[in-house]
Design a protein around this ligand. Structure first.
Ligand code: NAD
Ligand code: WQD
Length: 336
């Protein structure tokens, strides 16, 4: 069975490709490499000892995407292609709406033309906006606080409307919490361009000496130690969640949404402590003002995915930190 992975050269996509190949699927990747490199594709092949097809295509280019569907018998799509930097989306909203929203519309049109009706979509916990309480369940009210988040919310709505118009579709929307870690081989991992925006790649680049110190955004939140609390999830657990979601699209029609998180929140200082413990490296840090748009606490209620998909996150925070460190220390400059 052949699965198309859009954005398959990226951080999450490369780990999903490993899982797909190891589960016996044929894999076709479409990626414009705007935020990734072909090296990740080579490394996925090296880890699995299996081949997969790669097309360097922008999903906005409908004719080229059409060709991918005509050349391959695609049964389902895992749709990850998208831009994901919150601050950048505030600076350049049109680029985000075009890429994330229009890109998805183009993909759905081509899927429809080729009668491909199974999709797993990469949404985000960001669609919960500022949650009234934690843990966050799928039925909480939704609301984004920035253009990036709104693209995810809009795509969720588009997919719901599309299902209403055609009950033969089978769609699973996954709302990821904070993916970190890397494949235990250390061959693939997160490779942000420029200065990292997210906590873990910043920490690993401090540990490896590329950055001087971490800035901790805010120490006056109503949390265990005043720093922000998040639900960090190991990238391999996240990728395995996609296998379960894909199986769901194979066995039933409908549209469902699931949180992919551990259900446990860790503060920034707890992450630093866990990372220092497993890496043996000191992470110098300083406190600064809260980062605009950040919330105090965010963690999932992952029960629905456990009940419906039979999925739970198994890897703990030290394993996440150890695998992030393993990747960064073996790949000082990422894939380049
Ligand atoms: P990533 O940037 O590493 O991967 C996204 C991939 O999509 C990249 O390889 C990029 O080159 C590709 N891409 C972007 N626009 C494209 C287009 N128009 N056509 C073809 N390819 C395109 O990011 P990631 O962390 O792997 O995230 C994957 C998806 O998961 C994204 O949609 C992101 O919004 C979503 N997500 C990520 C996180 C996170 O914290 N990493 C959390 C929640 C949701
Ligand atoms: C985690 C914690 C920061 C960097 C973002 C997106 C979200 C989703 C996941 C895609 C917070 C603190 C961070 C630093 C710090 N992505 N921090 N110093 O903001 O929870 O979520 O990535 O969908 O949409 O918003 O993740 O890793 O940036 O921050 O103190 O240099 O670390 O304040 O408390 P976030 P993050």
């Amino acid at each position: 069975m052949t699965i198309l992975v859009t954005g398959g050269a990226g951080y999450i996509g490369s780990h999903i490709c490993v899982e797909l190949l190891q589960h016996g699927y044929e894999v076709v990747v479409v990626d414009n490499l705007s935020n990734s490199s072909f090296e990740s594709i080579k490394r996925v092949k090296a880890i699995t000892g299996k081949d997969m097809k790669f097309y360097q295509i922008d999903i906005l280019e409908q004719e080229k995407l059409d060709l991918v569907f005509s050349e391959n018998t695609i049964e389902g799509v895992i749709h990850l292609a998208g831009l994901k930097v919150v601050g950048e989306s505030v600076q350049n909203p049109l680029q985000y709406y075009k890429n994330n929203l229009i890109g998805t519309l183009v993909l759905c049109e081509v899927m429809d033309k080729y009668n491909v009706k199974k999709m797993v979509f990469s949404s985000s916990a960001t669609v919960y906006g500022i949650p009234k309480k934690v843990p966050i369940s799928e039925d909480f009210s939704l609301g984004a606080t920035n253009p990036y988040g709104r693209t995810k919310l809009m795509v969720e709505e588009v997919l719901r409307d599309y299902y209403i118009s055609n009950h033969n579709w089978s769609i699973v929307i996954l709302r990821y919490f904070n993916p970190i870690g890397a494949h235990p081989s250390g061959k693939i991992g997160e490779d942000p361009s420029g200065i990292p925006n997210n906590l873990m790649p910043y920490v690993t680049q401090v540990a490896v000496g590329k950055l001087k110190e971490l800035t901790v955004f805010g120490n006056d939140y109503p949390t265990v130690d005043g720093t922000g609390v998040r639900d960090y999830i190991h990238i391999v657990d996240l990728a395995k969640g996609h296998m379960k979601a894909l199986e769901k699209t194979m066995t039933s029609k409908g549209i469902e949404v699931y949180n992919l998180g551990t259900g446990i929140g860790y503060s920034v200082l707890e992450i630093i402590a866990a990372f220092e413990k497993v890496s043996g490296r000191k992470i110098p840090y300083k406190f600064a003002e809260r980062r605009a748009g950040d919330i105090a606490i965010c963690y999932a209620n992952p029960l629905k995915a456990k009940i419906d998909l039979g999925w739970i996150a198994k890897r703990g925070i030290e394993e996440m930190c150890a695998d992030s460190w393993n990747w960064q220390s073996k790949n000082m400059n990422g894939y380049s």
